[in-house]
Design a protein around this ligand. Structure first.
Ligand SMILES: [Zn+2]
Length: 403
């Protein structure tokens, strides 16, 4: 473990160059051919076995150590978001409409850096490391597709542990790592509702079947459901972010549509809210003599850290980055992550790494997904060293559970 951070600092300039080149040329979704090319070029000089995805432009690299041992998986996501960058960094996105506003460009460079650091120790490495470079984290479920295409079996044996890092451009000061035992991120599902009525003249609602009041009642009743049916210590969040009906003040429309994001923090409450929400929607429509089409679309599952792996990761943060660099996050993050699909198969941990620019106030710096978000390159060597340290330390523990 000793020396990893110095070794990472020695390649900081190259990590910055790779990160900035990805940042300036962001790609969205499952197909990131130019980003994939940059990763392949970075891995090219290394003693790793590389394969690429069929249904997405993923890169999987396997480093086989010189000594026998288990397999550990490290994951970085690579995709950008569909917004126009408004930060004023010199390496800002060259085209409008796409931006690395969630810092996945840093993850990619960090993992490429970790592949270099670990490759330099290949003869002594006791086991294998799988490097998972994943497109389509932002909604496309790239991790699930990579699992379907065999990333968990890339080294021939299932990983005993899997780790992911995620940078933050606000809140978490530069270089600090935050995570928690148990639930780390929410599940994010979507409720789609169409209330079907019968249109007519706004002056004579008795001859029509107005879907708007029933749809409004559904919106409010969903909030009552949250507070009356769910444990305040196992919370859920329902936000109706889209509501559309009608065209004119004097026309009763045929239908009304609403779409809600539904966040939950345990598999049990996730199952419960699906049942409750669908029942509520259907029964309110029925109470008003209307019908409804309701669709509950499963998004990413709850991201749950394994307690023993989290304890190991916390210790590794201390070993690699120094004592006091790990912060126990008091609460889960209500965002969602498709690394959850990996953690549903392999015990592991998901860690946040502060990348707030050194000159900015963490409390006010624009957070991830903002057009103004800026991530400090100074986090790159820390991230690369931490990824490498997690693999190195975990392989040293052998094939058993981390505890
Ligand atoms: Zn992200």
């Amino acid at each position: 473990m000793a020396g990893l951070r110095d070794e990472a600092a020695a390649i900081a300039a190259e990590l910055t160059e790779l990160r900035r080149s990805i940042h300036a040329d962001p790609e969205i979704g499952l197909e990131l051919p130019r980003t994939q090319r940059k990763v392949l070029d970075a891995l090219d000089p290394l003693p790793v076995e590389v394969s690429v995805g069929q249904r997405l432009s993923s890169v999987t690299a396997v480093l086989r150590g010189g000594r026998p041992g288990p397999t550990v998986l490290l994951r970085a996501d690579m995709d950008a978001l569909p917004l126009t960058e408004r930060s004023e960094v010199s390496y800002a996105a060259r085209q409008p409409g796409a931006m690395h506003a969630c810092g996945h460009d840093l993850h990619t460079a960090m993992l490429a850096g970790a592949a270099r650091l670990l490759s330099a120790r290949q003869p002594d490495l006791a086991g294998s490391v799988v490097f998972m470079f994943q497109p389509g984290e932002e909604g496309s479920g790239g991790a699930r597709l990579m699992i379907e295409e065999g990333v968990l079996d890339a080294a021939g044996a299932r990983p005993v542990a899997a780790y992911a890092l995620h940078v933050a451009s606000g809140l978490l000061p530069l270089g600090l790592v935050a995570s928690r035992a148990g639930t780390m991120l929410a599940a994010a599902d979507t409720l789609h509702v169409t209330v079907h009525g019968r249109g007519g003249h706004g002056s004579q609602p008795q001859h029509a079947a107005d879907p708007i009041p029933a749809a409004c009642e559904i919106v409010l009743a969903l909030q009552t459901m949250v507070t009356r049916q769910f444990d305040v210590f196992d919370p859920v969040v329902v936000t109706v972010g889209s509501f559309h009906a009608g065209t004119a003040d004097n026309v009763i429309p045929d239908d009304a549509q609403l779409h809600a994001t539904v966040r939950s923090f345990s598999p049990a409450s996730r199952t419960a809210i699906r049942t409750s929400a669908l029942r509520l929607v259907r029964d309110i429509a029925t109470a008003h003599g209307l019908t409804v089409t309701a669709d509950y679309e499963d998004g990413y599952p709850v991201t749950v850290n394994n307690d023993a792996e989290l304890a190991f990761a916390e210790q590794t943060v201390g070993d690699v980055l120094g004592a006091g660099q790990f912060v126990a996050a008091p609460n889960p993050i209500p965002g969602a992550e498709d690394f959850s699909y990996v953690l549903n198969e392999v015990p592991g941990a998901y860690l946040m790494l502060g990348a707030v620019p050194a000159s900015a106030d963490p409390l006010t710096a624009p957070f991830n997904h903002s057009a103004y978000a800026v991530f400090d390159d100074a986090a790159l060597p820390d991230g690369a060293a931490l990824y490498a340290g997690l693999a190195l330390g975990r392989l040293a523990r052998g094939g058993s559970r981390a505890d």
